[in-house]
Design a protein around this ligand. Structure first.
Ligand code: NAI
Ligand code: MG
Length: 328
C-alpha cells in the first residue's frame, strides 16, 4: 500500500495525539504523509483557519488524519467534511477490559448524518433581537445516508438499527428523515426501530446494551456520541470516521482539550483507533486489526494516561502500542 494521507494535528492536544498515532501508522503501513495546518494557531498567524494548501492536500489525499482544532473548529472541520463529501460520520463506542466504564455492556456504533440538519450553516441574525437557524433535510441526502447504514448493518452481520429522531416536534424535517430511512431499510430488508432522541438519551444512560447501531441526524449524533463516550470511560477512547464515496477524514471525537494541552498526558487511544479506521478504509484490514489488538492489550495491561487513572504520558502509551504490534 502506498497511499497518501494528509495529516492535520490542529491545535492543543492535536499536536500530541496525532504524532502518537502516526508512530503507530508508520509501524504497520507504507503510507506517505502530507503534513498541513489548520485551526486557531494558523488563523492567528495568517488570518485563515483553513489555508488553501490544506484544503488541497485533503482533497488530493486518499484519506486524512485530523487531530482537533479549537474555537475555529466549525470553520475547519465542516468545510473539510464538505470537501471530501463525507456524508456519514461513523462513531463506535465500546468498552475495554481494564478500563472502568459507567456502563460496561456498551458496544454500539452511532451513524451520524454528516452534511445537513442544524449544522448546514444556514443561520441569520435578522435584527438586534432576532436570530434564526434553518434546519435542512433532503430526501436525497437521507437516502444516501440510509443506504450506507443498511450496508453497514449487512456487512457487520447485524440485524438492524435504531433511528433517533424527534419527528413529533420537527414534523416536516425529521418526518422526511425518518420516512426516508425507513423506506430504504424496508427495501433492503434491514430492521429499523426508532426512538425519540431525548428518550434515547435516558435509555442510553441506563441500558445501552439494547443498541447496536444508532442512526441519527447531525446534531443528535454529535450529542449522543459524547454521551456514549461517557458510558465507556471518556472522550479519550472514541474514534470517528467521516466517510465519503472516495475519501475519508479520520479524527477522535474529542476536541483540542486546552485544559491539558502541552502537558503530554492526553490519551492517544481515540486517535490511534481513528488511524485503525483509516487503515480499514484504505483496505488494509489486517493492519487495522493489528492496531486494534495492540490498543486493547495496552488498555488492559497499561500503561494508561491520567484520564484512565494511570500516570503514563501520551508517548509512553503510543510506544506501548507500537511494542505490541506484530513484528513487521
Ligand atoms: P474537549 O473534547 O476538547 O475536552 C473535554 C474534556 O475532555 C476536557 O476536560 C479534556 O481534557 C478531556 N479530554 C478530551 N480529549 C482527551 C484526551 N484525548 N485525553 C484526555 N482527556 C481528554 O471538548 P471542549 O473542552 O468542549 O472543547 C475544547 C475546544 O475544542 C473548543 O475550542 C472546541 O471548539 C474544540 N472542539 C473541537 C472539535 C474538533 O476539532 N472536531 C470537537 C470538539 C471540540
Ligand atoms: Mg462533538
Amino acid at each position: 500500500m502506498s497511499e497518501t494521507v494528509a495529516v492535520i494535528p490542529g491545535d492543543g492536544i492535536g499536536h500530541e495525539v496525532v504524532p502518537a498515532a502516526l508512530e503507530v501508522l508508520d509501524s504497520v503501513a507504507d503510507v506517505e504523509f502530507v503534513h498541513v495546518e489548520a485551526g486557531d494557531a494558523v488563523a492567528e498567524r495568517t488570518g485563515d483557519p483553513l489555508p488553501a494548501e490544506t484544503l488541497e492536500a485533503v482533497t488530493d489525499a486518499d484519506a486524512t488524519l485530523f487531530g482537533a482544532t479549537g474555537e475555529t473548529s466549525a470553520d475547519v472541520i465542516l468545510p473539510l467534511r464538505d470537501a471530501v463529501d463525507s456524508f456519514v460520520n461513523v462513531r463506535p463506542a465500546r468498552t475495554y477490559p481494564g478500563v472502568d466504564a459507567v456502563q460496561p455492556e456498551t458496544d454500539l456504533v452511532i451513524l451520524r448524518e454528516n452534511t445537513e440538519g442544524v449544522y448546514a450553516g444556514i443561520e441569520n441574525r435578522l435584527s438586534a433581537d432576532v436570530s434564526t437557524l434553518t434546519r435542512l433535510v433532503t430526501q436525497s441526502a437521507s437516502r444516501r445516508f440510509a443506504e450506507f447504514a443498511c450496508e453497514y448493518v449487512e456487512s457487520n452481520g447485524l440485524d438492524g438499527f435504531t433511528i433517533a429522531h424527534k419527528n413529533n416536534v420537527m414534523r416536516v424535517t425529521d418526518g422526511l428523515f425518518v420516512d426516508t430511512v425507513r423506506e430504504v431499510a424496508a427495501e433492503r430488508g434491514v430492521d429499523a426501530d426508532d426512538a425519540y432522541m431525548d428518550a434515547m438519551a435516558t435509555h442510553l444512560a441506563m441500558d445501552p446494551g439494547q443498541y447496536d447501531v444508532i442512526v441519527c441526524p447531525n446534531l443528535a449524533g454529535d450529542m449522543l456520541s459524547d454521551l456514549a463516550a461517557g458510558l465507556v470511560g471518556g472522550l479519550g477512547l472514541l474514534p470517528s470516521a467521516n466517510v465519503g464515496a472516495e475519501r475519508g477524514i479520520f479524527e477522535p471525537v474529542h476536541g483540542c482539550a486546552p485544559d491539558i494541552a502541552g502537558e503530554g498526558i492526553a490519551n492517544p487511544t481515540a486517535t490511534i483507533l481513528s488511524a485503525a479506521m483509516l487503515l480499514e478504509f484504505l483496505g488494509a484490514d489486517a493492519a487495522a486489526r493489528d492496531v486494534r489488538t495492540a490498543v486493547e492489550s495496552t488498555l488492559a495491561d497499561g500503561p494508561r494516561t491520567p484520564d484512565l487513572g494511570g500516570t503514563a504520558t501520551t508517548d509512553e502509551v503510543a510506544a506501548a502500542v507500537v511494542d505490541r504490534l506484530p513484528e513487521g
